[in-house]
Ligand binder design. Structure first.
Ligand SMILES: *Cc1c(COP(=O)(O)O)cnc(C)c1O
Length: 384
């Protein structure tokens, strides 16, 4: 059997259609979008076409609110540092949550060293931020609220719209990391009422190293990258032309296929979960039962180490993850699992399966065929 890839929250393969759309922009149409000759103008046309695709996918008012970046990490860094520095004369207090991606958490930690103050809101046992906690944390000097749309580890969907409504009523800038949400659930910047939104192409069938930041017209934001005048003077550096074209194709495709895709992912995910419940004792579901990302299953298996299960699955050609890919290799228990109240042992016992477009029922059944034996083996090794 071919390898089975169940780590789409880590990254996804570029789709055939996305790859085809990118290829002409390496050699035939390779121009620098800032050049005024024909080759440059062709490149410019492609960049602006992709920008309109992102605008349409997010329901933004104008294409001018979309800025291309090198990925989710840059978008998060830019949104948070850029607004912190633009607004520092108004205040130096930022509100975020304990379950954010490290691109947000480590950016906030750095800002604390620069004299900003950050409140890290707790979450409930399913990973959800309580909007009332946001309201209570707001101070006269609060300048930014950043809460993710969907959690990359446990799939929790955050009440982004409600939190953004609170931010808006108090005149505070609202950013959301929607990297896991785009292509998985509806994402519309005007329904959500957010001022800034981060996304990353490689999480929905686009190329790695390519992302975008939505910035609502009128939002105060300093530059992160200094240099040339690209992206309307806001993000210097020659445009990644094939990457931008690939992002445009990927987001259009992902958003138009989203309802059907989500249905399929939910059905595969439920097949996996129900099969595991039937075959493996001592399972603890991490994250909500309902209201979670359609393709996400995060589960702790009592008395086994997630890492050990992963290695054994890998030997069988099955790729999953424990904790998040970014912290894999470190043995620190996941900050997200600790935030929902799991003890260290249960956190270490976690496995994440994240499904994608190319997965099939046969693949899920293959996982269900090998996983129970692996778990039994590991328990024997441990308890003799
Ligand atoms: C993957 C991910 C990121 C980082 O995006 P990159 O494009 O890999 O830098 C940020 N936030 C979340 C929620 C993610 O899942």
């Amino acid at each position: 059997m071919d390898r089975i890839y169940l780590d789409h929250a880590g990254t996804t393969p570029v789709t055939e259609h996305v790859l085809e759309s990118m290829l002409p922009y390496f050699r035939q149409c390779f121009g620098n979008a800032s050049s005024i000759h024909g080759t440059g103008r062709d490149a410019r046309k492609a960049v602006e076409g992709a920008r309109r695709q992102v605008q349409a996918a997010l329901g933004a008012d104008s294409a001018g609110e979309i800025y291309f970046t090198s990925g989710g990490t840059e978008s998060d860094n830019w949104a948070i540092k850029g607004s912190a520095f633009a607004l520092k004369d108004r205040g130096r207090h930022i509100i975020t949550s304990r379950v954010e991606h490290h691109a947000v958490l480590n950016t906030c930690a750095w800002l604390e060293k620069q004299g900003f103050e950050v409140t890290y809101l707790p979450v409930d046992e399913e990973g959800r931020v309580d909007p009332e906690d946001v309201r209570a944390a707001i101070r006269p000097d609060t300048i930014l609220i950043s809460v993710m749309m969907a959690n990359n580890e446990i799939g929790t969907l955050e009440p982004t719209q409600e939190i953004a409504g609170i931010a808006k009523s108090r005149g505070i800038c609202m950013h959301t990391d929607a990297v896991q949400a785009v292509g998985a659930i509806p994402v519309n910047v005007n329904d959500l009422q957010v001022d800034m939104l981060s996304l990353s192409a490689h999480k929905f069938g686009g190329p790695k190293g390519m992302g975008a930041l939505y910035v609502r017209q009128g939002t105060r934001l300093d530059r992160l990258m200094h240099g040339g005048e690209q992206e309307r003077h806001m993000r210097a550096g020659t445009e990644n032309l094939p990457g931008i074209v690939g992002l445009g194709t990927a987001i259009s495709d992902a958003v138009s296929k989203m309802p059907e895709h989500a249905r399929r992912m939910r059905s595969l995910r439920d097949r996996l979960w129900q099969g595991m419940v039937r075959l493996i004792p001592g399972l603890i579901l991490n994250g909500p039962e309902k209201d979670r990302l359609p393709g996400n299953l995060n589960v702790s298996i009592q008395d086994v180490q997630g890492e050990s299960v992963l290695l054994r699955l890998d030997l069988e050609g099955i790729a999953a993850s424990s904790g998040s890919a970014c912290t894999a290799g470190s043995l620190d228990p996941s900050h997200v699992l600790l935030a929902i109240g799991r003890d260290t042992e249960t956190a270490h016992a976690s496995l994440r399966f994240s499904l994608g477009a190319e997965n099939t029922e046969e693949e899920i059944d293959e996982v269900l065929r090998v996983l129970p034996g692996i778990v039994t083996d590991l328990k024997k090794l441990r308890f003799g």
